[in-house]
Design a protein around this ligand. Structure first.
Ligand code: PEP
Ligand code: MG
Length: 583
């Protein structure tokens, strides 16, 4: 038995036979042609590229039909490579300059790109681009060699193990027969993570080399809760995991059914609205299935993922309309304007230069305010979509009053443009701001005069309050939402909101951690927005407490001096009110 550790990107446990995919199976030996055949080789390359473009478009259509737009779009960026004149031109140059065969030139050119990507593996886009190029190479080689790839037909459920899962492999897999995914490479934004998230199947990425230790059909366990891949597990381990899986299934099944139709209300009748955080339109339905009463945070920057170009107004509009239609006319959908930059998809915009401190740099609304066409395109689309439901607009990373005023000014300009063009939209769309920078929390009373609602983004609020990078393991001990400094800021924001009569929601990961729910209720929060799969359990916690109990808990926490004391106190409390809770 071998236990390998990676990054847990989607929770759950799967036990089953392995399907091992070697994405780099095709290697071409060095091959040259007589110099006078170079032109013919270049022509062969061009013919193959034309065929690849046709096949890519066909596959994208098929993928969209089979798995929906989200998965289909993943294929689009890859298809874009075939259209990249520079790339094809580079391969043709190799054919002409070195008399390489078309196959060898493709392989050689792509391998060089892969080497460069490997040495830039710290960049968030490197893993994804790597997969796209490997795919591109394989497709062209198969065309040039006259071979056709057989679809990867599955006739039984499997656990897919791969170096990385490229878009074309996605196209070929019947995802209904995939129990779990584990990959050697990749990070939280890799294809595998996105796929697993959209499908809610257990997944572990970034495991490092392990494919040589496993053969197709071997029994493996993927533990997406703890980021483990267990190869050839012994019987005792299988038994332990089977028990855990049964428990998990019955718990999540029960909770989902129970929570769908019951409101989040405390034992003494205080209503707590439960909303879901989503990244893709396809998540709207699962969000409702888990008992969400609306979308509290739609992270729209994910429209940029796997895109060769910035999303058009129409693409924005279609995505928002899809979510609003799924949610119906009465459930709120809070659309957050683009939060690009920091660690999120800056590459696709080509807007930000290399920054030394991207989290403190031209990120999010700062970037939008300096790129008005980008910002206005999105605002137009949101306003146009407002006729389809209860849309609300939220600005992220606001750190000064001026920024908020500017954002509102731009929104007004866009509204006027639409009016002039007689394009319908709802004129009274609610506008809110995220509170995720300490300056905004401190000035919450001033900000409250300018908006209809606040949403506290604790993921960033914690990192900026404690000066601890949210992605850096080395400072993970400092990074805690239970820190008294963070709690005081939250308390301040909730009080300022209450005094001004504006709504306040908490949408960072803190709201999905069960132990924090009673504390937030005690502080006065009446709206939580969390990852949809967390909603059933949060509702159970809400329904197990009373307001006086939560207020007493909050008062006690506010008297404590350290994050560890507060965490201990909250855990003990959770254990008392809900003994079978997981955290
Ligand atoms: C947050 O910062 O808490 C938040 C919800 O935004 P994101 O995680 O997308 O930065
Ligand atoms: Mg944030």
């Amino acid at each position: 038995m071998h236990v390998r550790r990676g990054i847990a990107v989607c929770p759950g446990i799967a036990i089953g036979p392995a399907l091992v995919m070697d994405t780099e199976g095709v290697r071409i030996p060095i091959q040259t042609v007589p110099a006078d055949q170079s032109a013919a080789e270049a022509a062969r390359l061009r013919t193959a590229v034309i065929e690849a473009i046709r096949a890519a478009a066909e596959r994208q259509r098929e993928l969209t039909r089979k798995h929906g737009r989200v998965i289909g779009d993943i294929f689009e960026a890859k298809a874009g490579l075939y259209d990249d004149g520079k790339l094809i031109g580079g391969i043709e140059d190799l054919i002409r300059a070195k008399s390489y065969s078309a196959e060898y030139a493709v392989s050689r050119y792509v391998r060089d790109i892969l080497k460069r990507l490997d040495s830039a593996s710290h960049l968030p886009q490197a893993a994804r681009l790597r997969g796209d190029y490997v795919d591109f190479e394989k497709d062209l080689l198969h065309l040039l060699l006259g071979g056709r790839r057989e679809p990867l037909a599955l006739d039984e459920p499997v656990i897919v193990l791969a170096n990385d899962i490229t878009p074309s492999e996605t196209a070929e897999l019947d995802l209904n027969l995939v129990f779990a995914l584990a990959t050697e490479s990749g990070g939280a934004t890799s294809h595998t993570a996105i796929l697993a998230g959209a499908r809610e199947i257990p997944a572990v990425v970034g495991v490092g080399r392990f494919l040589t230790d496993v053969s197709g059909g071997d029994r493996v366990i993927v533990d997406g809760n703890n980021g483990l891949v267990i190869l050839d597990p012994d019987d005792a381990t299988v038994e332990r995991y089977e028990k855990a899986r049964r428990l998990e299934r019955s718990k999540s099944g029960e909770h989902r059914i129970q929570s769908r139709n019951v409101p989040g209300v405390t034992r003494d009748g205080v209503r707590v609205t439960m909303l879901g955080n989503i990244e893709f339109p396809a998540e709207a339905r699962p969000c409702l299935d888990r008992g969400a009463e609306g979308v509290g945070l739609y992270r729209t920057e994910f429209l940029y993922i796997h895109k060769a170009h910035d999303p058009t107004e129409e693409e924005h509009y279609e995505a928002y309309k899809a979510v609003l239609t799924e949610m119906g006319p009465d459930r709120p959908v809070v659309i957050r304007t683009l939060d690009l930059g920091g660690d999120k998809f800056t590459h696709s915009t080509g807007l930000a230069t290399q920054e030394k401190n991207p989290f403190l740099g031209l990120r999010s609304v700062r970037l939008c305010l300096r790129n008005l066409p980008l910002f206005k395109t999105q605002l137009r689309a949101i306003l146009r979509a407002s006729v389809h439901g209860d849309v609300r607009i939220m600005f992220p990373m606001i750190s000064t009053v001026m920024e908020l005023r500017q954002c509102k000014g731009i929104l007004r300009e866009v509204q006027e443009d639409l009016e002039e063009a007689r394009i319908p939209f709802k004129p009274d769309v609610q506008v809110g701001t995220m509170i995720e920078v300490p300056s905004a929390a401190i000035l919450a009373d001033v900000f409250a005069k300018l908006v209809n609602f606040f949403s506290i983004g604790t993921n960033d609020l914690v990192q900026y309050t404690l000066a601890a990078d949210r992605n850096n393991e080395a400072v993970a001990d400092l990074y805690s939402a239970a820190d008294p400094a963070v709690l005081r800021l939250i308390d301040r924001v909730v009080k300022a909101a209450a005094a001004a009569g504006v709504g306040v929601n908490v949408c960072g990961e803190m709201s999905g951690e069960l132990m924090f729910a009673p504390l937030l209720i005690g502080l006065g929060v009446r709206q939580l927005s969390a990852t949809p799969r967390k909603i059933p359990d949060i509702k159970r916690v809400v329904r197990a407490v009373t307001l006086p109990d939560c207020q007493k808990l909050a008062a006690e926490c506010m008297r404590l001096d350290t994050a560890s004391e507060i965490t201990r106190y909250l855990r003990d409390h959770l254990r008392r009110v809900l003994p079978d809770a997981d955290d």
